[in-house]
Design a protein around this ligand. Structure first.
Ligand SMILES: [Zn+2]
Length: 140
C-alpha cells in the first residue's frame, strides 16, 4: 500500500478500479505515470459510505476483494487526506485532473476555497464505521 490514495484505484490496496485512459507523461515532474483520465469502472468495484465522528458521511471506492475493518481506518484516512492535500498543492495543479476531466486549475477561487475547507474539516475528522455498501455496477 502506498502512503497516498491513488486516483482510480482501490482506496485500501491500490488495485485499479477504473480504466485509465490517459496518464501523466513519464517525463513530468512529481506525478509522472499517475492516472490522469478515467474510463469505465471495472467489475467488482464497490462504494462504501462511512459515517464520520462529526456526523458527516464520506464515500470511498474499493476493489471487490477489500472490506476495510476498523483497524484499517487510521491508515485509510491518512491516505485519503494526503491525496486530497496533493490535489490542492499548487505544484501539482497542472498535472492532476478529476474523473470528469476537470483540472483543479480550472476551479474558481471560490471552488478552491471549498476544496481547502473540505480538507481542513476532514483533517479534524475520523471514520467510525460503514453505513452502506454498493457495487459500482449498481450505481452507474
Ligand atoms: Zn482493494
Amino acid at each position: 500500500m502506498s502512503d497516498t490514495r491513488l486516483a482510480g484505484c482501490c482506496a485500501l490496496c491500490d488495485v485499479p478500479i477504473q480504466e485509465v485512459t490517459e496518464r501523466v507523461p513519464r517525463d513530468a515532474e512529481g506525478m509522472a505515470g499517475h492516472p490522469l483520465r478515467f474510463g469505465a469502472t471495472l467489475p467488482g468495484a464497490k462504494r462504501l459510505t462511512f459515517v464520520l465522528a462529526s456526523g458527516q458521511i464520506a464515500n470511498c471506492s474499493f476493489c471487490g476483494d477489500c472490506d476495510p475493518q476498523p483497524s484499517d481506518y487510521p491508515a485509510l484516512w491518512r491516505r485519503i487526506l494526503r491525496a486530497h492535500r496533493l490535489e490542492s498543492d499548487n505544484a501539482q495543479r497542472e498535472k492532476l485532473r478529476h474523473g470528469a476531466g476537470q483540472s483543479i486549475q480550472d476551479l474558481t477561487e471560490a471552488q478552491q476555497w471549498v476544496h481547502l475547507q473540505t480538507w481542513l474539516a476532514m483533517r479534524d475528522d475520523v471514520p467510525l464505521g460503514v453505513i452502506a455498501r454498493q457495487a459500482w455496477s449498481e450505481i452507474r
